[in-house]
Design a protein around this ligand. Structure first.
Ligand code: MLT
Length: 241
Protein backbone atom coordinates (compact mmCIF):
# COMPACT_ATOMS: atom_id res chain seq x y z
CA UNK A 1 0.00 0.00 0.00
CA UNK A 2 1.42 3.42 -0.98
CA UNK A 3 1.80 5.37 2.24
CA UNK A 4 0.83 9.02 1.89
CA UNK A 5 4.15 10.38 3.20
CA UNK A 6 5.93 13.46 1.89
CA UNK A 7 9.61 14.08 1.37
CA UNK A 8 11.04 17.59 1.00
CA UNK A 9 14.57 18.91 0.64
CA UNK A 10 15.38 22.35 2.04
CA UNK A 11 18.48 23.51 0.16
CA UNK A 12 19.57 26.13 2.71
CA UNK A 13 18.76 26.21 6.43
CA UNK A 14 17.63 29.84 6.19
CA UNK A 15 14.60 28.63 4.17
CA UNK A 16 13.57 26.09 6.82
CA UNK A 17 10.43 27.92 8.02
CA UNK A 18 9.02 27.96 4.47
CA UNK A 19 8.49 24.20 4.51
CA UNK A 20 5.46 22.25 5.74
CA UNK A 21 6.42 20.98 9.20
CA UNK A 22 4.54 19.15 11.97
CA UNK A 23 5.11 16.75 14.84
CA UNK A 24 4.80 14.13 12.12
CA UNK A 25 7.96 15.38 10.37
CA UNK A 26 11.48 14.06 10.91
CA UNK A 27 14.14 16.65 10.03
CA UNK A 28 17.38 15.14 8.76
CA UNK A 29 20.17 17.73 9.14
CA UNK A 30 23.03 17.42 6.66
CA UNK A 31 26.34 19.25 6.70
CA UNK A 32 28.44 16.73 4.83
CA UNK A 33 31.65 18.80 4.78
CA UNK A 34 32.11 18.39 7.70
CA UNK A 35 29.87 18.85 10.77
CA UNK A 36 27.52 15.87 10.42
CA UNK A 37 30.43 13.68 9.36
CA UNK A 38 32.27 14.82 12.51
CA UNK A 39 29.16 14.05 14.60
CA UNK A 40 28.88 10.47 13.26
CA UNK A 41 32.64 9.95 13.60
CA UNK A 42 32.62 11.11 17.23
CA UNK A 43 29.73 8.78 18.11
CA UNK A 44 31.45 5.93 16.31
CA UNK A 45 34.54 6.47 18.52
CA UNK A 46 32.51 6.52 21.72
CA UNK A 47 31.58 10.08 22.55
CA UNK A 48 28.75 10.09 25.11
CA UNK A 49 26.68 12.96 23.72
CA UNK A 50 27.09 16.10 21.63
CA UNK A 51 25.78 19.57 22.49
CA UNK A 52 25.47 21.59 19.24
CA UNK A 53 25.74 25.24 20.24
CA UNK A 54 25.10 28.22 17.92
CA UNK A 55 27.83 30.57 19.15
CA UNK A 56 31.46 30.70 20.26
CA UNK A 57 30.41 32.58 23.38
CA UNK A 58 28.17 29.74 24.53
CA UNK A 59 30.80 27.15 23.63
CA UNK A 60 33.39 28.99 25.77
CA UNK A 61 31.24 28.51 28.87
CA UNK A 62 31.96 24.77 28.72
CA UNK A 63 35.75 25.05 28.52
CA UNK A 64 37.65 23.30 31.35
CA UNK A 65 34.63 21.34 32.51
CA UNK A 66 35.56 17.77 33.51
CA UNK A 67 34.72 15.13 30.88
CA UNK A 68 33.87 17.81 28.32
CA UNK A 69 35.57 18.42 24.98
CA UNK A 70 34.85 21.80 23.40
CA UNK A 71 35.21 22.14 19.62
CA UNK A 72 34.83 25.24 17.45
CA UNK A 73 35.12 25.99 13.74
CA UNK A 74 34.49 29.15 11.73
CA UNK A 75 35.19 29.49 8.00
CA UNK A 76 36.44 25.87 8.02
CA UNK A 77 39.23 26.74 10.47
CA UNK A 78 39.60 25.69 14.12
CA UNK A 79 39.33 28.48 16.68
CA UNK A 80 42.26 29.21 19.01
CA UNK A 81 41.58 28.33 22.63
CA UNK A 82 39.29 25.37 21.93
CA UNK A 83 40.21 21.69 22.36
CA UNK A 84 39.21 20.57 18.86
CA UNK A 85 38.16 21.88 15.47
CA UNK A 86 35.85 20.32 12.87
CA UNK A 87 38.00 17.66 11.20
CA UNK A 88 36.66 14.10 11.52
CA UNK A 89 40.24 12.85 11.92
CA UNK A 90 40.53 14.66 15.26
CA UNK A 91 37.79 12.41 16.68
CA UNK A 92 39.24 9.06 15.64
CA UNK A 93 40.80 8.37 19.03
CA UNK A 94 39.97 7.02 22.49
CA UNK A 95 40.44 10.43 24.16
CA UNK A 96 36.79 11.23 23.38
CA UNK A 97 35.41 8.00 24.93
CA UNK A 98 32.41 8.77 27.22
CA UNK A 99 33.07 12.51 26.96
CA UNK A 100 30.48 15.20 26.25
CA UNK A 101 31.38 17.05 23.06
CA UNK A 102 30.33 20.68 22.78
CA UNK A 103 30.43 21.64 19.10
CA UNK A 104 29.92 24.92 17.27
CA UNK A 105 30.44 25.22 13.52
CA UNK A 106 29.76 27.79 10.84
CA UNK A 107 26.63 26.17 9.43
CA UNK A 108 25.94 22.67 10.72
CA UNK A 109 25.20 23.41 14.37
CA UNK A 110 23.22 26.48 13.25
CA UNK A 111 20.98 24.22 11.13
CA UNK A 112 20.44 21.81 14.04
CA UNK A 113 19.38 24.70 16.29
CA UNK A 114 17.08 26.13 13.60
CA UNK A 115 15.20 22.79 13.51
CA UNK A 116 15.35 22.12 17.27
CA UNK A 117 11.58 22.47 17.81
CA UNK A 118 11.04 19.37 15.66
CA UNK A 119 12.28 15.78 15.67
CA UNK A 120 15.89 16.08 14.47
CA UNK A 121 18.46 13.51 13.43
CA UNK A 122 21.77 14.05 11.63
CA UNK A 123 23.11 12.15 8.65
CA UNK A 124 26.12 11.73 6.41
CA UNK A 125 27.60 8.90 4.34
CA UNK A 126 28.77 7.14 7.52
CA UNK A 127 25.25 6.41 8.77
CA UNK A 128 23.10 6.81 5.62
CA UNK A 129 22.09 3.13 5.56
CA UNK A 130 20.90 3.21 9.18
CA UNK A 131 19.10 6.51 8.57
CA UNK A 132 17.37 5.08 5.48
CA UNK A 133 16.09 2.10 7.47
CA UNK A 134 14.99 4.30 10.39
CA UNK A 135 13.07 6.70 8.12
CA UNK A 136 11.40 3.92 6.13
CA UNK A 137 10.15 2.39 9.38
CA UNK A 138 9.14 5.72 10.98
CA UNK A 139 5.87 6.26 9.05
CA UNK A 140 6.57 10.02 9.18
CA UNK A 141 7.18 12.76 6.62
CA UNK A 142 10.81 13.67 5.99
CA UNK A 143 12.47 17.03 5.52
CA UNK A 144 16.15 16.82 4.60
CA UNK A 145 17.70 20.08 5.79
CA UNK A 146 20.86 21.14 3.97
CA UNK A 147 23.06 23.41 6.05
CA UNK A 148 24.50 25.22 3.04
CA UNK A 149 27.19 27.85 3.56
CA UNK A 150 26.37 31.10 5.37
CA UNK A 151 22.86 31.23 3.96
CA UNK A 152 23.64 30.11 0.41
CA UNK A 153 23.37 26.84 -1.50
CA UNK A 154 26.15 24.28 -1.59
CA UNK A 155 26.61 21.28 -3.86
CA UNK A 156 27.72 18.64 -1.37
CA UNK A 157 24.74 18.80 0.98
CA UNK A 158 22.38 18.79 -2.01
CA UNK A 159 24.05 15.78 -3.61
CA UNK A 160 23.89 13.86 -0.32
CA UNK A 161 20.22 14.83 0.02
CA UNK A 162 19.61 13.43 -3.47
CA UNK A 163 21.30 10.17 -2.49
CA UNK A 164 19.14 9.79 0.63
CA UNK A 165 15.98 10.95 -1.15
CA UNK A 166 16.60 8.43 -3.94
CA UNK A 167 16.78 5.61 -1.39
CA UNK A 168 13.55 6.70 0.28
CA UNK A 169 11.58 7.34 -2.91
CA UNK A 170 12.66 3.96 -4.34
CA UNK A 171 10.66 2.37 -1.51
CA UNK A 172 7.42 3.72 -3.06
CA UNK A 173 6.45 4.99 0.41
CA UNK A 174 6.94 8.70 -0.36
CA UNK A 175 5.27 11.33 -2.51
CA UNK A 176 7.45 14.02 -4.10
CA UNK A 177 5.85 17.45 -4.58
CA UNK A 178 9.05 19.48 -4.09
CA UNK A 179 11.27 20.90 -6.87
CA UNK A 180 14.24 21.05 -4.47
CA UNK A 181 13.92 17.30 -4.03
CA UNK A 182 13.82 16.83 -7.81
CA UNK A 183 16.87 19.08 -8.19
CA UNK A 184 18.80 17.13 -5.55
CA UNK A 185 17.89 13.84 -7.24
CA UNK A 186 19.18 15.15 -10.57
CA UNK A 187 22.43 16.41 -9.05
CA UNK A 188 22.93 13.08 -7.29
CA UNK A 189 22.50 11.18 -10.58
CA UNK A 190 25.21 13.35 -12.17
CA UNK A 191 27.61 13.03 -9.22
CA UNK A 192 27.09 9.50 -7.90
CA UNK A 193 29.86 7.79 -9.84
CA UNK A 194 32.60 10.08 -8.46
CA UNK A 195 31.62 12.67 -5.85
CA UNK A 196 35.18 13.94 -5.39
CA UNK A 197 35.68 14.72 -9.08
CA UNK A 198 32.18 16.13 -9.49
CA UNK A 199 32.92 18.58 -6.67
CA UNK A 200 36.34 19.55 -8.01
CA UNK A 201 35.28 23.17 -8.47
CA UNK A 202 32.84 23.41 -5.56
CA UNK A 203 33.27 26.34 -3.19
CA UNK A 204 33.79 24.30 -0.05
CA UNK A 205 36.12 21.79 -1.62
CA UNK A 206 38.25 24.76 -2.75
CA UNK A 207 38.10 26.27 0.75
CA UNK A 208 39.30 23.02 2.32
CA UNK A 209 41.94 22.55 -0.40
CA UNK A 210 43.28 26.06 0.29
CA UNK A 211 43.61 25.02 3.95
CA UNK A 212 45.44 21.84 2.90
CA UNK A 213 42.71 19.57 4.30
CA UNK A 214 41.50 17.89 1.10
CA UNK A 215 41.83 14.60 3.00
CA UNK A 216 38.81 15.72 5.03
CA UNK A 217 36.82 16.17 1.83
CA UNK A 218 37.90 12.77 0.54
CA UNK A 219 36.91 11.09 3.82
CA UNK A 220 33.54 12.85 4.14
CA UNK A 221 32.59 11.87 0.57
CA UNK A 222 33.85 8.27 0.91
CA UNK A 223 34.26 7.32 4.59
CA UNK A 224 36.12 4.08 5.31
CA UNK A 225 33.67 2.91 7.96
CA UNK A 226 29.89 2.78 8.49
CA UNK A 227 27.87 3.32 11.66
CA UNK A 228 24.39 2.29 12.71
CA UNK A 229 24.24 5.19 15.18
CA UNK A 230 21.60 7.83 14.41
CA UNK A 231 22.45 11.05 16.31
CA UNK A 232 19.09 12.30 17.63
CA UNK A 233 18.36 15.63 19.32
CA UNK A 234 16.92 15.24 22.83
CA UNK A 235 16.65 18.24 25.17
CA UNK A 236 19.31 20.17 23.27
CA UNK A 237 21.78 17.26 23.10
CA UNK A 238 22.53 14.81 20.30
CA UNK A 239 22.42 11.27 21.67
CA UNK A 240 22.89 7.91 19.97
CA UNK A 241 19.50 6.54 18.99
C1 MLT B 1 30.05 23.84 8.73
O1 MLT B 1 29.50 23.43 9.73
O2 MLT B 1 29.80 24.90 8.20
C2 MLT B 1 31.12 23.04 8.07
O3 MLT B 1 31.22 21.82 8.65
C3 MLT B 1 32.37 23.85 8.00
C4 MLT B 1 33.60 23.04 8.04
O4 MLT B 1 34.03 22.71 9.13
O5 MLT B 1 34.14 22.71 6.95
Amino acid sequence: MLENRNINVCLVSDLFENYPLSENTIVVVVDLLRATTVISTAFNFGVKEIIPVPSLEIAKTYIDREDFIVAAERNAMPIKGFDYGNSPFQYMNNDILDKTLVLTTTNGTKAINIASNYEVITSCFINIDAVEEFLLNSNKDVLILCSGWKGVFNLEDTIFSGCLANKLISSKKFNVNCDSTLASLNLYEQAKHDYFSFLSNSAHRKRLKFLNIEKDTEFCLNPDFKSKIIPTLKNGKLVAL
